[in-house]
Ligand binder design. Structure first.
Ligand SMILES: Cc1cc2nc3c(=O)[nH]c(=O)nc-3n(C[C@H](O)[C@H](O)[C@H](O)COP(=O)(O)OP(=O)(O)OC[C@H]3O[C@@H](n4cnc5c(N)ncnc54)[C@H](O)[C@@H]3O)c2cc1C
Length: 493
């Protein structure tokens, strides 16, 4: 069968690989010149290789499982380095902590910050591990179409332990009271999704993934993951069309018939739309065939956008770790300014990644490759002057942290913000990570992976199941491919 896929992000690449492996004729149409979507790389003429989006390689088992499905090992494509410290958190001058990769050292650190917190961490992680194993082995692979998928006695028995209905905020405070430990546990949900009060405690599985399974780095950067996916696709015979924005999804008699791409009609027996769901529905589909109307989208809680700076320096900074979280300002206030009163933050938290500390190959010799990211409410105006103000706010604090100047050594600088997400990826409100991980937007309540009116149109990517992040996007492609497969199996009966 001829299957067209819209978007060469992680989800589109994953779906294409599975469908081509199953024997279909698969073509991916991508509006940009290169694959990877939000996980693209930006290579400069000065010799810097910037990962434009993801930098935290968590849940290595999900990547391993993907490659294994095609008879490969992850190490066939790239080398993984386990970071130790996994990351550094600074709560202000002289109050910084390296988060070790070993669990015993991590427990000692927790005890040092709050007496007795080491054993509480052990108890917290016991529950988090259960959620990770149940969640990542069973829940995330469900298409989220019907309640019946969850009517499995073993799953129902464990549902209370999964803590889908209690809040992450309350859950963390049952174990820890020191604000630094609370911030440390809450950062993955805040940066990737929603206010901890509105996030189900289920998401403590992220703490298990980050603190126990490890923070890894693919040598060469995340671009190596994208190259690996492209290689898997090519080996299965997937065709790529770059600089090929899809303009319309065509349908007749209740079925998708093809795509309109640069004034040409591409006949298709099924389509997977792996571009932003909102864009697909509002720009590519006739109103009669949409799953959701505009009020639906208006009522969605989006995950943050971001202000990013890709910076190259002619000097190296040995005191800087691979990942540094700047939690030297009020966590709650910044969260409010992202989720409740959308505005440019008064005193932002932010994050600095310096992959050249681990991998000098991503910068010219003797240089450093820096990525500064500040989470931001989606939909804000992002004029050059505003971006520049925040560049200096972040740089002031980075320089104070390092005890030396960075700005005089900058020989490359590029900013990226809300409007760039909109232009480059057709991202709704310029979101970086899709929908917030609130209870009302989890699993069954996410935008559906199948179109209600056109049975051969499917969706994949971070706005549908299972959600944002590179591992979920890989899984999303697999689920969507499975749905296409069952559509054709039913059609043949
Ligand atoms: C700044 C940032 C940091 C992140 N950090 C991490 C991290 O550390 N770890 C992690 O796991 N995840 C991280 N993420 C999340 C992760 O990168 C995403 O969840 C994932 O890459 C999304 O993949 P996707 O395939 O769903 O979407 P996308 O990557 O957006 O892919 C969709 C593709 O569709 C294309 N497209 C759009 N419209 C059309 C059209 N009309 N025609 C043709 N093509 C079209 C787009 O150009 C794009 O290539 C981060 C994301 C961002 C933005």
């Amino acid at each position: 069968m001829r299957i067209s896929i819209i978007g060469a992000g992680i989800a589109g690449l994953s779906a294409a690989a599975y469908l081509s492996y199953a024997g279909h004729e698969v073509t991916i149409f991508e509006k940009n010149a290169t694959p990877g979507g939000r996980a693209r790389q930006w290579v400069t003429k000065e010799g810097y290789v910037f990962d434009m989006g993801p930098s935290w390689y968590w849940m290595p088992d999900v990547f391993d499982n993907f490659f294994a499905d095609f008879g490969y090992k992850t190490s066939d494509f790239y080398q993984l380095v386990r970071l130790d410290p996994a990351f550094t958190v600074t709560f202000g001058k002289g109050r910084q902590y390296d988060i070790p990769s070993g669990f015993d050292s991590l427990k000692s650190l927790f005890d040092q910050i709050e007496p007795g917190a080491g054993s509480k961490l052990e108890a917290f992680m016991k529950g988090a591990r259960f959620k990770y194993e149940k969640g990542m082995q069973e829940l995330v692979y469900k298409p989220g179409i019907s309640l019946r998928e969850y009517a499995d006695p073993a799953l129902l028995k464990g549902i209370m332990q999964l803590q889908v209905f209690s809040s992450f905020h309350t859950h963390v405070r049952k174990y820890f009271s020191d604000p630094r430990l609370i911030n440390l546990m809450e950062f993955p949900v805040l940066f990737l999704g929603a206010m901890p009060k509105e996030t189900p405690a289920l998401y403590s599985l992220m703490n298990y993934a980050g603190l126990l399974l490890g923070t890894w780095y693919p040598k060469g950067g995340f671009g190596m993951v994208v190259d690996a996916l492209v290689s898997v696709c090519e080996a299965q015979g997937v065709q790529f069309r770059f600089n090929a924005p899809v303009e319309r999804i065509l349908a007749e008699n209740g079925l998708v018939t093809g795509l309109l791409v640069e004034d040409s009609v591409i006949a298709s027996d099924a389509v997977i739309a792996a571009a932003d769901y909102h864009h697909v529905e509002t720009k590519l589909l006739d109103p009669a065939w949409r799953n959701y109307d505009l009020p639906y989208w208006k009522s969605r809680v989006m995950a943050p956008s971001a202000l990013i700076f890709y910076v190259g320096t002619t000097k190296r900074f040995p005191a800087l770790k691979h990942h540094t979280l700047f939690f030297d300002e009020d966590f709650g206030k910044h969260a409010l300014e992202i989720y409740k009163q959308p505005s440019w933050p008064s005193r932002p938290l932010f994050y600095v990644c310096c992959p050249s500390r681990t991998d000098p190959g991503v910068a010219p010799p003797g240089h450093e490759n820096l990525f500064l990211l500040m989470p931001l409410a989606p939909g804000l105006l992002d004029e050059e002057g505003t971006r520049e103000t925040y560049y200096h706010i972040m740089m002031d604090r980075l320089e104070e942290h390092l005890g030396e100047k960075v700005r005089p050594h900058v020989d490359y600088k590029k900013s990226y913000c809300v409007s760039d997400f909109q232009t480059d990826y057709n991202a709704f409100k310029g979101n970086a990570y899709g929908l917030a991980n609130t209870l009302r937007q989890t699993a069954l309540f996410k935008p559906k992976i199948r179109n209600r009116h056109l049975p051969n149109l499917f969706y994949a990517g971070q706005l549908t199941v299972p959600g944002p992040g590179v591992p979920p996007a890989l899984i999303s492609g697999k689920i969507a491919a499975g749905q296409v497969h069952s559509f054709f199996s039913k059609a043949c009966v």
